[in-house]
Design a protein around this ligand. Structure first.
Ligand SMILES: [Ca+2]
Ligand SMILES: [Ca+2]
Length: 187
């Protein structure tokens, strides 16, 4: 004779059978996924399961977490985000780029490599470094930002020129929001 079934299982014909918590009204705000012995909630794109209660879906702030692909400015929205450009640029949504408005003075000014000339809000020609690069005042050049120093990845981070790459330790899978999720053991 065995003791009582562990949590998440019920006894049927002297066997412990997984309870499908998702077959009834689940506590998940969005999708419920039944797994052996328990259930996990998941959310539609743009939301993630709340870390505190594991059931509610909260909006991902793509702008704050750097998950957006905006060339310049990002504005968080519920379930997504919007891109916009600085003054002096116009957004081109077919190539997801901010194109500098034509300014005649820019042709005469010289901007460093990996930057673009544009007309700033005072109407003067100015240089703006490409995304992933920051202006170094003393060297007057655009230099790569080491995003890894800003803790953008949860596990492994590799900086590269103009960007960076996140990866996970063995046994983990990299999710779209750059977090690492422990692999579910197959039974
Ligand atoms: Ca959002
Ligand atoms: Ca970089």
């Amino acid at each position: 004779m065995c003791g009582p079934c562990p949590d998440g299982f019920s006894e049927e014909n002297d066997k412990c059978v997984d309870i499908d918590e998702c077959s009834e009204e689940s506590s998940c705000q969005d999708a419920c996924n039944n797994v052996e012995g328990r259930f996990v909630c998941s959310c539609t794109i743009g939301y993630r399961v709340d870390v505190s209660d594991q059931t509610a879906c909260t909006d991902i702030n793509e702008c704050d977490e750097g998950l957006d692909i905006c060339p310049q400015q990002c504005m968080n929205t519920d379930g997504g985000y919007n891109c916009s450009c600085f003054h002096g640029f116009t957004y081109n949504d077919t190539i997801d780029s901010c194109i500098a408005d034509a300014v005649q003075e820019c042709e005469m000014s010289s901007c460093p490599a990996r930057s673009v000339c544009y007309s700033n809000k005072y109407g003067n020609p100015d240089c703006l470094c490409d995304k992933g690069f920051d202006f170094n005042n003393s060297a007057q050049t655009c230099e790569d930002i080491d995003e890894c120093k800003q803790g953008v990845c949860t596990q492994i981070c590799r900086n590269n020129n103009g960007g960076y790459e996140c990866s996970c330790h063995p046994g983990y899978t990299l999710l779209a929001d750059r977090t690492c999720q422990g692999n579910v053991l197959e039974r």
